[in-house]
Write a protein that binds this ligand. Structure first.
Ligand code: FMN
Length: 183
């Protein structure tokens, strides 16, 4: 079982990374072969709306997204992680998401097929309901591209990776989400 994790935070050692890595621990425990991509550190342009992919299924833009399409196609399951920035996903994660347009074919059928996906979302605010509608809309957007969110690990008000590791309940939940991905 091959798992590809895409993290939209620009902080490679931040809260989102720590939680995603714990999800991967759960998956690795079930024998998964995993890879992590920090899209927050890559150069990924927004979609240019040239519409060439409507015919070819291939994005014409030549940037760091190119190898990620291969990773998305080859992976059996996916993990998506993003912090909330100004009430939505980070700009880097939004650029990645818009570029998934090239994977959506005739009749909105995804060229990826359907892939089980765990979603890790982190936020500074301590109210877990504050971004409910935004989180639902992110799930719908990824669902259009064939990424079906089977579980959301939602983390509020943790400042750093140490805070994640000290939170036993969260560590257990994230580990179980990784195990569920492999079932
Ligand atoms: C530019 C920016 C915008 C943010 N906007 C929000 C926000 O709208 N709501 C919120 O609760 N937290 C917000 N945060 C806090 C982050 O979501 C939070 O600290 C998150 O856990 C960071 O994850 P990371 O450590 O993986 O980067 C923002 C942080 C930054 C840097």
């Amino acid at each position: 079982m091959k798992i590809a994790a895409f993290i939209g935070s620009p902080r490679p050692d931040g809260v989102t990374d720590a939680v995603v890595r714990q999800v991967l621990c759960g998956a690795d425990d079930k024998g998964a072969d995993s890879a992590v991509f920090h899209i927050g550190l890559l150069h990924i342009m927004g979609c240019h709306a040239c519409m060439k992919c409507r015919k070819t299924g291939v994005c014409v833009l030549d940037d760091d997204m190119k190898p990620l399409f291969e990773e998305l196609i080859e992976a059996d399951c996916i993990i998506l992680g993003t912090p909330i920035y100004f009430y939505y996903m980070t700009a880097q994660m939004k650029a990645f998401t818009d570029r998934l347009f090239s994977l959506i074919g005739e009749g909105f059928k995804s060229r990826l097929g359907r892939k089980k996906t765990v979603f890790v979302v982190t936020q500074g605010a301590d109210d877990p309901d504050l971004f409910s509608s935004q989180i639902e809309s992110m799930k719908k957007a990824w669902g259009m591209a064939g990424l079906d969110i089977i579980e959301t690990v939602h983390v509020c008000a943790l400042e750093n990776a140490e805070g994640v590791m000290e939170d036993e309940e969260l560590m257990k939940r994230a580990f179980m989400a990784g195990q569920d991905l492999c079932r």
